[in-house]
Design a protein around this ligand. Structure first.
Ligand code: G4P
Length: 514
């Protein structure tokens, strides 16, 4: 357990998350071919990006768990979609990790998506390392970048190394903890070993990097030691401080130091809050929770996989566990480990590990599984949908249509309600509008069904908490629907409609999530 490191990378699209993932896998020897993770030019498909739509749009929609060994540690990297539309999936993934790595583009700094994802990581108080990427290209002033992290994210930023020049003048980084210069070789080839110096004051530095760069470096180092925050492990582990590494994922520059720091600093599995208090991962009783369900992992097998994060004890093949939500026993007959499209059955898994269970329809997102003492982890909240669309079948495959809608709903890709009056066509509610395209594409690819989602003007859904079934006084635009459990859900076109409904029906309690 102590060797386990389970983390996720968060970034704005294009900052270099895929590149960093691929270079890490190459370094760890988990893949052999550059471009295996994703290269738009090389036309190879991502190990972690395996759906057509992802390839077309160049975004990562599904979060896969990649497991590999690194410096004597067992690392599990959970992929988080970088697109702003997929915050819900990302949110669930961030519940399953012990720390995060934030990648930022050195020329752009903190971007909108970085900020949103950071907020989620902060709510969970996840320790965070920062990789400032693309140092081989023209970049912003490093001090300014640190300042931006502190100002915008409100977390102390502590540099672990310092760039020597940027863009065309980029020469390498100075390791502030080890007093070493790591040279960057533009032409590639053999990577020179780091050169140790006595300190940033060492006169030999002038010969190594030139007088001008030495002057700049010295100035920065003095400034950092006078005004900068010192790295403090406790503060990092509490999420109050982020350790910042400068580098370039594409050219592997600074990667090794970064990965060594990752396994060294990032925490092993941590105790987790539950209904019976904190659960110690070292407890002998197995417990875990399902944070993701994925239909059609392998289109030929048409199966659904529930991903469980092991929180305590040992998960063993063929083990009998209890699903806390159903209070029913489930046998874990074929726990599997996934690596992109490949899978293998595992005999056992430990805290921090993520395994896939072939889902016989008995698992839902947020379910706790346990053996031994009864325990339940908190529910995984739904985000209120902001976009709605009527889903229309364009052929006659009714059965496949129903099945597809049900399974994609189970994955948490969308919420589904049905109008009370008129045709019982499913209405989808999603957090980001791109999800409609994904639903259409997946219905076509995975269920062979042609359908179309027509956008509706509604902006919010409200469940009626205390429904007596009595008729309501509703403004014209409100659509009355029911969810799969036949609970009434009102769809509103504006904030005003919502207020009006509340005013005219004062005894109603409206809830944004089911
Ligand atoms: P993402 O997953 O965060 O969206 O980013 P991704 O790794 O796909 O990187 C986005 C682009 O930035 C890619 O170029 C990638 O090659 C480039 N990149 C990543 N790291 C570095 C770096 O350290 N230096 C430089 N110069 N470029 C970097 P692309 O042309 O969009 O894609 P591709 O054709 O290379 O796949």
């Amino acid at each position: 357990m102590a060797r386990r490191r389970t983390f996720a990378i968060i970034s704005h699209p294009d900052a270099g998350k895929t590149t960093l993932t691929e270079k890490t896998l190459l370094y760890a020897g988990a893949i052999e071919l550059a471009g295996a993770v994703r290269g738009k030019k090389a036309q190879r498909h991502a190990v972690s990006d395996w759906m057509d739509i992802e390839r077309e749009r160049g975004i990562s929609i599904t979060s896969a768990a990649l497991e590999f060994d690194l410096f004597d540690h067992r690392v599990t990297l959970l992929d988080t979609p970088g697109h702003r539309d997929f915050s819900e999936d990302t949110y669930r993934t961030l519940l399953a990790v012990d720390s995060v790595v934030m990648v930022i583009d050195a020329a752009k700094g903190i971007e909108s998506q970085t900020r949103k994802l950071f907020e989620v990581a902060r709510q969970r108080r996840l320790p965070m390392l920062t990789f400032v990427n693309k140092l081989d290209l023209p970049a912003r002033d490093p001090l300014e970048l640190l300042d931006e992290i502190e100002r915008v994210l409100g977390v102390a930023a502590v540099p672990m190394n310092w760039p020597i020049g940027t863009g065309d003048r980029f020469r390498g980084v100075y390791d502030l903890r080890r007093d070493e210069v790591l040279f960057y070789e533009r032409a590639g080839g053999a990577r020179p070993a780091p050169v140790a110096v006595a300190s940033a004051d060492d006169p030999r530095l002038a010969a190594l990097i030139g007088e001008e760069r030495r002057g700049e470096l010295l100035e920065a180092v003095h400034l950092l030691s006078a005004a900068g925050t010192r790295f403090d492990r406790e503060a990092y582990l509490a999420g109050r401080q982020t350790a910042v590494f400068f580098g370039s994922a594409l050219s592997n520059f600074g990667l090794e130091t970064f990965l060594a720091a990752l396994v060294d600093l990032a925490p092993p599995p941590q105790p987790r809050a539950s209904d019976i208090g904190l659960v110690d991962p070292a407890s002998t009783d197995f417990s875990g929770f399902i944070f993701k369900i994925q239909a059609n992992m392998n289109p030929r097998h048409r199966d659904r996989v529930a991903f469980v994060r092991v929180c305590s004890g040992v998960l063993a093949k063929d083990m009998l566990v209890t699903n806390a939500r159903l209070d029913a026993p489930v046998r874990l007959s074929r726990p599997s480990r996934f690596f992109g499209r490949d899978r293998e059955t595992v005999e056992s898994a430990y805290p921090g590990d993520v395994v896939g269970l072939v889902n016989p329809g008995r698992f839902a997102i947020g379910d706790t599984l346990y053996a031994g003492a009864r325990v339940k982890y908190p529910r995984i909240p739904h985000f209120p949908a902001e976009f709605f669309g009527a889903m229309r079948l364009r052929d006659v495959k009714f059965k496949q249509f129903d099945e597809g809608v049900r399974q994609l709903e189970e994955e948490g890709l969308m919420q589904v309600v049905f109008p009370i009056y008129g045709k019982r066509e499913p209405i989808l509610g999603v957090v980001g509008a791109l999800q409609f395209d994904i639903v259409e594409a997946r219905m076509k690819n995975e269920y062979g069904v042609t359908c179309q989602v027509d956008k509706l003007p509604h902006i919010a859904a409200r469940w009626i908490a205390n429904d007596t079934g009595a008729p309501l006084k509703l403004p014209q635009g409100v659509l009355e629907t029911v969810d799969r459990d036949e609970r009434r859900v009102l769809l509103f076109q504006s904030e005003w409609e919502m207020q009006y409904t509340q005013r005219e029906n004062p005894s109603l309690t409206l809830l944004a999530v089911a």
